[in-house]
Design a protein around this ligand. Structure first.
Ligand SMILES: *Cc1c(COP(=O)(O)O)cnc(C)c1O
Length: 362
């Protein structure tokens, strides 16, 4: 228990920028002089229209998207997209290629298979416990799309470069690295991200989809599971996750106005990750679990010499106001998730703690 804000390394839901939380707090009871909270106003009001339109405009400006793209907000998290993608985009005669780089890709593959779709897992790093990103992949010429997970939140790996698919559009689950660096959308037909890592509260998924991807999409689907329902109604066919979209808008505003945009935030993220990896690389006590040229700038996964020490490490860190450092239950070890909102100050606090823990336990 503490009466102070901790250094928060949670994987998701994760830390949000303090200025964003403060702005939410300050305007919570009376949003833009409406006399109501953002959680109390109609999604059909001009107040909310402004919010959702601003979130879309900022997304397009930050990621340099032209009019070929829809920006949608869909409930059900990133996991819902695992099903919506094959449902909408694969007809009975279509096939798709999937790259398996860990837990989330595996789940996406499973959903497509559950729906009876024809997919081919063209590459996997399962042979080495998903500790690397596969290279030199050959794709099926007729594939409708290539699905991949750009950052593997649990295994701590990340695509630095996206594969050359020979023009087949890539669909990427960018839940844990969207808006962490500039994005060149040319290779992508769609990217999507559950909000709770880099963007806002859980429950909202941002979907960016190129309009032509919907040209041959299946229309005989329930309304709520069909992209065209969202694209034709500015994501407001039903009541959207208003608070989530509002928070996302504030986070995007923070990136643009306080962090200096995508290039700057990338530089900051590289510097932050370097601080941790430099310590881990120089140490014989801590060891990184991901291969050097695949390791993530967002989720730094590492191990200590024994499970007992890992347990002590997490416990002692918590006592020092450093939270969320336990690795995912499926892999063990430790993990520091350092998304956009993690500060350099929190890196230094963690490094200082890691150094003193090593000294005491070596
Ligand atoms: C967290 C995460 C998900 C799951 O998101 P939900 O919103 O819980 O469905 C999917 N993919 C990746 C890469 C994630 O990090």
């Amino acid at each position: 228990m503490t009466d102070q804000r901790i250094y928060n390394f949670n994987a998701g839901p994760a830390a949000l920028p303090l200025p964003v939380l403060e702005e939410i707090q300050a305007s919570f009871l009376n949003f833009k002089n409406s006399g109501m909270s953002i959680t109390e106003i109609s999604h059909r009001s001009s107040y909310f229209d402004e919010v959702i339109n601003d979130a879309v405009t900022r997304t397009k400006r930050l990621l340099k998207l032209d009019d070929r793209y829809h920006v949608l907000f869909i409930q059900g998290g990133a996991s819902m997209q695992f099903a919506m993608i094959p449902m909408n985009l694969l007809s009975p005669n279509d096939t798709a290629d999937y790259i398996n780089t860990g837990t989330w890709s595996t789940k996406a593959i499973k959903e497509a298979q559950l729906l009876g779709k024809s997919i081919d897992v063209v590459a996997s790093s399962e042979d080495k416990n998903f500790s690397y990103i596969p290279k030199d992949i050959s794709f099926n010429k007729g594939a409708k799309f290539v699905h991949l997970t750009s950052n593997n939140t649990i295994k701590g790996t990340q695509f630095y470069e996206f594969p050359d698919t020979g023009g087949i559009p890539i669909i990427a689950d960018m839940s844990s690295d969207i808006f962490s660096k500039p994005l060149d959308m040319e290779k992508f037909g769609m990217v999507y991200a559950g909000a709770q890592k880099n963007l806002g509260p859980s429950g909202t998924c941002m979907v960016i989809i190129r309009k032509d991807m919907l040209d041959s999409a299946n229309e005989d689907l329930p309304s709520m599971l069909k992209y065209s329902t969202y694209s034709s109604k500015n994501s407001m066919y039903n009541t959207p996750p208003c608070f989530g979209i509002y928070t996302i808008d504030l986070v995007l505003k923070w990136i643009e106005e306080e962090m200096g945009g995508m290039k700057k935030i990338e530089e900051y993220n590289v510097q932050k990750a370097d601080v941790l990896y430099d310590l881990i690389d120089a140490s014989s006590f801590y060891s990184a679990t991901a291969e050097k040229y695949s390791r993530s700038l967002m989720n730094v996964t590492f191990r200590l010499p024994s499970e007992k020490l890992e347990q002590d490490f997490v416990e002692r860190a918590t006592q020092h106001g450093l939270g969320g450092l336990k690795g995912h239950r499926s892999v063990g070890g430790c993990r520091a998730s350092i998304y956009n909102a993690a500060t350099m100050e929190s890196m230094y606090a963690l490094v200082e703690f890691m150094e003193s823990f090593e000294k005491e336990n070596k």
